[in-house]
Design a protein around this ligand. Structure first.
Ligand code: 13P
Ligand code: SF4
Length: 342
């Protein structure tokens, strides 16, 4: 299958672009034309004007983003069409519009909606029409700082953890953050409503949210000389106990730039950490929580990648991901604002 994939890659040349997220399995990463975090992959999808076929080895929101940012003559494919992101599914346009009415009704309309790129295209469209933007873990501080400059408050969705971690790192006290619960359609305050700076949606990534402070404590005890670094999708209680937090690229760079003999404990998806261990055998690298596996990212396989490429050759586009024109037109406004700030 590897040989066949390489053969098709040669045959299609620049007409084909295979993109892979850092959480993809080794065999997929090795065949990709580019590997990166969500920000880098979105930037490549926007910049590449040559590829007629962009095969996205990642999850659904990433392929949607690539479709929105690419040209009309470019088609985007997802080899495992059921690879979604449960966190992205925790907000949709209807619930976001409803929340907007409730929140602006209680707190006034000087609010900038910011959606994590791990969201549905329709939520990016919601942010686009309400003069907001998108954000990734790679540009979160810059983007949230911008949001606090243009409006009094931010509505950050769907990841409460990235929202809180970013706001705290910009100096916003936790007590000025309200939580919006889309199930009860209520805001939970820990200060006077007029003092709120950040409204957090109560979504989360189950892979990172279940990393506990107890795990960090145990890891510290067992490895007192190791640096512990995590993805900012982890709860704030975890992040504040660690030595650093950042995007997948940040985590990789932290280890890349370290000295031989250094010790690292990394809190993120298993494939990324295992690759670091294999690349840097002169360093001691451990995963913080052995349960950190994103089953959706792991759905891409040699089989479904090869099948997708064979289908493309036959003009069978069943795995193409498309965003309808209106949603794409509105969503691109939030993505363009984000890219111009990055
Ligand atoms: P990055 O943008 O940091 O690569 O993160 C994407 C993701 O899905 C993390 O769970
Ligand atoms: Fe979504 Fe979490 Fe998987 Fe990232 S790791 S794709 S946020 S479920």
């Amino acid at each position: 299958m590897i040989n066949r994939i390489k053969e098709i890659k040669n045959q299609l040349g620049e007409d084909l672009l295979i993109l892979a997220h850092h959480y993809q399995r080794d065999e997929i990463v090795q065949l990709a034309d580019a590997v990166g975090d969500s920000l880098k992959l979105a930037q490549i999808a926007e910049e590449n004007k040559k590829a007629k076929y962009i095969v996205f080895c990642g999850v659904h929101f990433m392929a949607e983003t690539a479709d929105i940012l690419s040209e009309d003559y470019q088609r985007v494919f997802l080899p495992a069409p059921t690879s979604g992101c449960p966190m992205a599914d925790m907000a949709d346009r209807e619930s976001a519009e409803k929340a907007w009415d409730i929140i602006t009704g209680e707190l006034g309309d000087s609010i900038c909606p910011i959606t994590y790129i791990n969201s549905k295209a329709e939520v990016k469209a919601f942010c686009g029409v309400h003069e907001g933007t998108a954000v990734t873990s790679g540009n979160a501080e810059k983007v949230v700082k911008w949001g606090l400059g243009v409006k009094d408050k931010i509505l950050f969705l769907p990841d409460q953890n990235l929202g809180k971690n970013t706001a705290v790192s910009l100096g916003v006290d936790e007590k000025y953050m309200a939580l919006y619960d889309q199930n009860t359609e209520k805001l939970i305050y820990s200060c006077e409503p007029s003092q709120v700076k950040m409204i957090l949606w109560n979504g989360y990534c189950h892979v990172h949210h279940k990393i506990t402070p107890q795990k960090v404590e145990e890891a510290r005890k067992a490895n007192p000389h190791a640096k512990i670094i995590v993805h900012p999708e982890c709860p704030h209680e975890v992040v504040k106990m660690c030595d650093g937090a950042g995007s997948t690229t940040y985590l990789i760079k932290a280890v890349e730039n370290s000295d031989a003999g250094s010790k690292w404990i990394v809190g993120t998806e298993f494939n990324l950490v295992r690759r670091l261990r294999e690349r840097f055998t002169d360093r001691d690298i451990k995963i913080l929580d052995t349960g950190s596996i994103c089953t959706n990212m792991n759905k891409t396989s040699l089989e479904n990648l090869c099948e997708t490429l064979e289908e493309i050759l036959k003009g069978d586009y069943r795995k193409q991901i498309t965003v309808d024109e209106k949603t794409a037109r509105e969503a691109v406004m939030s993505l363009n604002t984000m890219l111009s700030l990055s």
